[in-house]
Design a protein around this ligand. Structure first.
Ligand SMILES: Nc1ncnc2c1ncn2[C@@H]1O[C@H](COP(=O)(O)OP(=O)(O)OP(=O)(O)O)[C@@H](O)[C@H]1O
Length: 255
């Protein structure tokens, strides 16, 4: 399912968080949002998963304005792993993951065998089967992040929004998560701080700075030394990986 953000401006009080933002996420593509702290990545993602209504512009999931859908209707199209979401309730991990099935069920309906199959399969995909009976608040940051991804996978939506999903993850689990996200074959919008991960795992990258889109396109065309200097104040050299031949960004503070 295609996601399209058209001319979106978001204001909260006197602050303008986004200005006239355009974003196209083709069906099945993985699109990365990068930008310095406070540039508007989370705000833009919130407009996509219907948590924030823009004052100007439209966000479309498929052909429909996300605000023309009910909360349940939008939850059958887009799942989210938000940044540092609170999960303080003493639910087991399995019950937390099963919550992903809520938009597909009638109110107060129990868990079907399909719900359980989907939940266990999602836990296996994020390497968290062994955590199923644990209490969710007792998990480490990285374990919790993987469980919340499992909940989003269990929601079985055509669109997935991830806000800095590699936070808290060890490097191996970061690579596993992004490889998994690519394998899903669904539409993904992901905010990332690690520019090398964005370059390696995203089909397209959009760069935000001070609430505006300053560049968008294929990572190798967007993440140039010039842009990284201007937007991130980074010195960047492109180097080739000695084995894979892939381009890596060697980054340093601008002197
Ligand atoms: N409720 C609010 N009222 C006023 N300003 C806000 C509000 N929420 C967010 N902001 C501001 O909007 C800007 C964009 O925030 P946002 O969280 O979208 O940035 P981000 O790119 O995701 O940042 P980070 O990389 O630090 O997670 C920031 O300057 C933030 O302080």
């Amino acid at each position: 399912m295609r996601v399209q953000v058209e001319g979106v401006t978001v204001r909260i009080g006197a602050a303008e968080l986004l200005r006239d933002v355009e974003l196209v996420v083709p069906a099945g593509a993985v699109v990365g949002l990068v930008g310095p702290n406070g540039s508007g990545k989370s705000t833009l993602l919130r407009t996509v998963y219907r948590s924030l209504r823009p004052q100007v512009g439209v966000v479309r999931l498929g052909d429909d304005d996300v605000w023309s859908l009910s909360a349940r209707g939008s939850a059958t199209r887009v799942a989210v792993v938000a940044q540092d979401p609170g999960v303080d309730v003493e639910f087991s991990v399995l019950d937390t993951v099963l919550m992903g099935r809520t938009p597909h069920k009638r109110p107060f309906a129990g868990d079907s065998s399909e719900d359980l199959d989907r939940a266990y399969s999602a836990l296996a995909r994020v390497d968290a089967t062994h955590l199923a009976d644990r209490s969710t608040p007792s998990l480490s940051g990285g374990e919790r992040q993987r469980v919340l991804l499992a909940r989003a996978l269990t929601q079985a939506t055509p669109v997935l929004v991830l806000d800095e999903p590699t936070n808290h993850l060890d490097v191996c689990h970061q690579l596993d998560l992004l490889a998994l996200v690519r394998e899903l074959g669904i539409t993904v919008v992901v905010a990332l701080h690690d520019l090398n991960l964005a370059q390696t795992y995203c089909d397209l990258v959009t760069v935000l700075s001070a609430g505006k889109v300053v560049a968008a396109g294929a990572p190798e065309h967007v993440l140039t030394p010039k842009l990284l200097r201007e937007v991130f104040r980074l010195d960047c050299h492109r180097v080739l990986h000695p084995v894979t031949g892939r381009t890596l960004l060697a980054l340093d503070r601008l002197q």
